[in-house]
Design a protein around this ligand. Structure first.
Ligand SMILES: Nc1nc2c(ncn2[C@@H]2O[C@H](COP(=O)(O)OP(=O)(O)OP(=O)(O)O)[C@@H](O)[C@H]2O)c(=O)[nH]1
Length: 261
């Protein structure tokens, strides 16, 4: 059994920075994790990359050789990965041991976790290879400065949840930029009534029915709640990690083995 985090979310939401801080944190506490780059456009890393999609295909090459633009090129690269799950990916995964813990740093193009099936097929492949996988969805805390932005962030996260069908954790990133923590509190576990009154305050009355449906949708999927992450604090990283670990049952098998010995 292997364990994996799939780190997803819009471009610039803080995925790679989280990966780097998580790696450092694990080093400090003496825990081994392996970082996998799934972004064919990435250039610089502040963590050691143990597996890199750019060894299979890079966005630069695709743009140069096929004359594609950055977004079409990225989808092309990811579809190429999908075509190579049984050979390239399996060869990479065979290099890891049972119980290894992988962190996949994904590209930020939103279509990859809304309607393009590449990541879903990628995840299905990992599951067949006996990995317990958790989606870790990043939303920039600046989204909670405005309820309409917040709702759009929730909708994107919901669509990733529905598309990937994985245990799913939402992270509110860049908490160091939030000066008043009280401002975000009501968004961490949002209540339909609070969202609705805020939406109605900002939007024209003709959107009343739409606002009600959106607020109820977020409330119905009570899974749409957020864990705040402040990378300046080790305790905050540890808190997020322990939530993810419990989602993928990391550590539980080891505990069972220890008790039965
Ligand atoms: N203040 C602050 N800035 C952050 C934090 N996390 C990321 N950033 C900044 O936000 C920008 C984007 O961060 P990345 O980690 O590259 O975001 P990403 O989601 O990997 O972006 P893509 O690779 O484009 O998908 C960078 O300038 C980071 O320095 C944080 O916790 N606090």
């Amino acid at each position: 059994m292997g364990y994996a985090q799939l780190v997803i979310g819009p471009a610039g939401s803080g995925k790679s920075t989280y990966c780097s801080s998580l790696y450092q944190h694990c080093e400090t506490v003496g825990r081994t994790i392996h970082m996998v780059n799934l972004d064919p456009a990435a250039e610089h890393f502040s963590y050691p990359v143990s597996t890199d999609i750019r060894e299979l295909i890079s966005l630069d090459d695709v743009m140069e050789e096929l004359g594609m633009g950055p977004n079409g090129g990225l989808i092309y690269c990811m579809e190429h990965l999908e075509d190579n799950l049984d050979d390239w990916l399996d060869e990479q995964l065979d290099g890891y041991l049972d119980d290894d813990y992988l962190v996949f740093d994904c590209p930020g193009q939103i279509e990859l976790f809304t309607h393009v099936p590449v990541l879903r097929n990628f995840v299905e492949h990992l599951k067949r290879k006996n990995f317990n996988v958790c989606a870790v969805y990043f939303l920039d805390s600046q989204f909670v400065s405005d309820v309409t932005k917040y709702i759009s962030g929730c909708m994107a996260s919901l669509s990733a949840m529905i598309q990937l069908e994985l245990p799913h954790i939402n992270i509110l990133s860049k908490m160091d930029l939030v000066s008043n923590k009280k401002d975000v509190e009501e968004y961490l576990n949002p209540e339909a009534q609070v969202l609705l009154s805020q939406l109605n305050r900002q939007m024209a009355p003709k959107f009343g029915k739409l606002n009600k449906s959106l607020a109820e949708l977020v409330d119905d999927y009570s899974m749409v709640n957020f864990i705040p992450l402040d990378l300046r604090k080790e305790s905050s990283i540890q808190y997020v990690l322990s939530h993810i670990d419990s989602c993928i049952q990391y550590g539980e098998d080891a505990d069972v083995k220890r008790t039965s010995e």
